[in-house]
Design a protein around this ligand. Structure first.
Ligand code: APR
Length: 241
């Protein structure tokens, strides 16, 4: 398997999904044994379920937080952390956008990480209009603290179904994609918007676009120029060196 020759690109954007954490023992969301199959469609956390059943949402967050805490970054995470270091050292730009909320990229040493769907290890004010920043939160029990700015209840800092992506990460990604010359998507089914449309923006910007995934996207996305099918933890160390 030959290297992608990544060191010739000036603006690299990498998008990751649950498949990159599979080798760390964390379930993906879809497919056999996926998280949504396990918890049941009716228990998939949404903005509505957070209001109607905050305990249920916090219980799922607590369980996923515990699993993520006991998982370890795998060679795919480490390969991306090394790539970021090498890319920045030669004065080029590197943006890692993850749909994952497990915190494994940061634990692997990646620093410029856009946690597009938030993080299990933060809580934020439940009042969207509040300007307060999310706070670190990895307690066993859901935080009972209230927002220090407005006194509203805190909630998990994760983007739930039928919620908008916060403006700042969305803007950061759009800015990175505009100048992108290499776009790699790793371990994602490409089924959830708006992350699923990043490859179109990258291709429009003239980037080389590559999918690294266990299986082809269904349906295949026309804007991926190349596909490397297999396990990210095996492929990334080979093609990113
Ligand atoms: N290496 C590479 N790819 C893998 C591996 C692996 N070891 N194991 C699984 N995969 C692939 C699967 O083939 C699948 O295409 O990872 C993909 C995981 O897809 P999903 O479970 O749909 O996860 P993801 O794409 O991250 O979901 C996006 O949906 O439910 C929401 O917010 C949630 O962030 C999540 C979003």
């Amino acid at each position: 398997m030959e290297s992608l020759g990544v060191d010739r690109y000036r603006n690299i954007v990498v998008l990751t999904g649950a498949g990159i954490s599979a080798a760390s023992g964390l379930p993906t969301y879809r497919g056999p044994g996926g998280l949504w199959e396990t918890v049941g469609e009716e228990n998939v956390p949404t903005a509505r379920s957070l209001i109607e059943n905050p305990q249920g949402t916090w219980a799922l967050v607590r369980e996923l937080r515990e699993r993520s805490r006991s998982a370890a970054p795998n060679p795919a995470h480490t390969a991306l952390a090394r790539l970021e270091e090498r890319t920045l050292a030669r004065g080029a730009s590197f943006t890692l956008v993850t749909q994952n909320v497990d915190g494994l990229h940061r634990r692997a040493g990646s620093s410029n990480v856009i946690e597009f769907h938030g993080s299990l290890f933060r809580a934020r004010c439940s009042r969207d209009a509040c300007e307060s920043e999310p706070i670190p939160d990895d307690a066993e029990e859901p935080t009972s603290a209230q927002c220090s700015t407005c006194g509203s209840a805190l909630r998990p800092d994760v983007v739930l179904f039928d919620e908008l992506i916060p403006a700042r990460p969305e803007w950061d990604v759009k800015r990175a994609l505009r100048a992108c010359d290499l776009f790699i998507a790793v371990g994602t089914s490409g089924t959830v918007s708006p992350a699923s449309s990043f490859v179109r923006s990258a291709a429009y910007a003239g980037a080389r676009t590559i999918l690294v995934n266990l299986e082809p996207m269904q349906p295949r996305h026309p804007d991926f120029h190349e596909e490397y099918l297999g396990r990210a933890e095996t492929l990334l160390p080979l093609i990113l060196d």
